[in-house]
Design a protein around this ligand. Structure first.
Ligand code: GLC
Length: 428
């Protein structure tokens, strides 16, 4: 696993596709019967990408503080955003856009040194060979009666058609991995409709690595991915190994103008802090409009997050998972040399910030955005049993940042936290 990924902290996810034309949910709107498939596909005629400017996207991604980005090259609807030779269902051939959007995206992103990620749906609800598992263990005489969207457990597989479908995926992925320069990350989705054996794992993964041995692959690959991808709900316990939390800004992945349930900038920054406190990345999603422009509210969130990150860069990049909330009721990170502890202060303190279990003497405490030095006092502790007291850092609302405040605690030695349950002192 390449080091850059765990050091990246923030990525920007982009769900861009024909679903932005009517502003409906990506692929799921026909799968869930909210609209007929034919009506969904009519959106092809309205997809212009007329103001699509990959450089503008890349500038915004850069300003957000993100180090990588992942774009939907093809969602479950099967509509490719590039000029694929293996299906006419692509925006170059079937929409007024008539442009290879992946080409422009890859160039703009790579040019800025942002790591390039491609989302690819393993399942394809438009491909004729995809529905090749039949219900009830029988191959029906009239294949058009097959429910395209089911993956029955009692099914019988038409091997020939399924193998053809896998070859199709392999062909498209070869295009993605060889036509646009070096791809750093592949973000799969939809593995759940088939087993590892059906996806031909681990051979499939080796095939992908043959184009780039350094490629990072997310976990939606029936147990064969490189890192975990919890979605929409922040983990409470740290996932094992490298991980990334993907989330929407409102409640939708693609552009849905009726969805006004936006998270505030403060909430997004706190969520980001929660992720890095647990040693993970956040993959924050935007859903551009049909013409390629980005809703002002989404742009503002990215810019605001970037501004906060820039003011606190040192607490974000080059740091590791922080201390447990039993020590400090908030988020935190630790510098690589473990001699600096960064505390994220989410709320306005009354008079103190309380830190328990710290065994090290503190050299200096500063509020990062203002450089103001804070004083502290220590109460309690049983030195002869090596039990530390409680550190009370003097801080009031006046010292806070308008979003999340970061306190920098410089220590003499490497961070040492008390892990015991206290000593019982008996009196005779
Ligand atoms: C979910 C959604 C899918 C979206 C993905 C991104 O799986 O169903 O539409 O692309 O999340 O993580």
């Amino acid at each position: 696993m390449q080091k850059w990924f765990e050091e990246a902290k923030l990525g920007i996810f982009i769900h861009y596709g024909i679903y932005a034309v009517d502003g409906v949910s990506e692929s799921w709107s026909f799968y869930n019967g909210r609209m007929p498939y034919e009506q969904y596909m009519k959106q092809l005629d309205g997809f212009t990408a007329s103001k699509f400017d990959a450089d503008k996207w890349a500038d915004l991604i850069e300003k957000s503080g993100a180090k990588y980005t992942v774009l939907t090259t093809k969602h479950h609807d099967g509509v490719a955003l590039w000029d694929t030779q293996f299906s006419d269902l692509n925006v170059v051939k079937k929409t007024p856009a008539k442009r290879d959007l992946i080409q422009e995206y890859a160039e703009a992103v790579t040019k800025r040194g942002i790591h390039l990620g491609m989302y690819y749906s393993l399942i394809d609800w438009s491909h004729p060979d995809y529905p090749s598992v039949y219900e009830g263990g029988n191959i029906p005489e009239d294949l058009s009666t097959v429910n395209k969207y089911s993956s029955p457990l009692d099914g019988i597989q038409d091997e020939e058609r399924w193998q053809r479908f896998l070859q199709f995926n392999n062909n498209q992925l070869r295009e993605i991995l060889t036509n646009y320069g070096k791809v750093d990350l592949l973000w799969f989705d939809g593995d759940w409709e088939r087993s590892a054996e059906q996806w031909n794992l681990p051979e499939f993964k080796q095939y992908l690595q043959s184009f780039n041995p350094d490629i990072i692959i997310n976990s939606r690959l029936q147990g064969h991915g490189d890192y975990k991808t919890p979605e929409q709900g922040i983990p409470i316990t740290r996932p094992e190994g490298p991980w990334e939390f993907c989330t929407t800004i409102n409640g939708s992945w693609g552009y849905v103008p009726t969805d006004n349930q936006y998270k505030s900038l403060n909430q997004i920054i706190r969520m980001f802090c929660d992720c890095i406190s647990l040693g993970g990345n956040m993959l924050l999603d935007i859903g551009p409009m049909e013409d390629g422009t980005i809703d002002q509210r989404q742009e503002d969130i990215l810019l605001g997050l970037g501004e906060w990150i820039r003011a606190h860069e040192e607490a974000v990049f080059g740091t590791e998972e922080g201390i447990m909330t039993r020590y400090y009721l908030g988020g935190s990170t630790i510098s690589k040399d473990r001699k600096t502890l960064y505390l994220f202060v989410y709320d306005d303190p009354k008079e103190n910030i309380c830190l328990k279990g710290l065994c090290n003497p503190i050299k200096k405490i500063t509020v990062m955005h203002s450089d103001k030095e804070l004083t502290h006092e220590i109460h309690g502790g049983v030195p002869w049993f090596n039990i530390p007291g409680t550190t009370w850092i003097h801080m009031t609302a006046e010292d806070t940042h308008e979003q999340v405040t970061v306190l920098k605690l410089e220590l003499e030695e490497e961070l040492d936290m008390y892990g015991g349950s206290g000593a019982v002192v008996t009196h005779n």
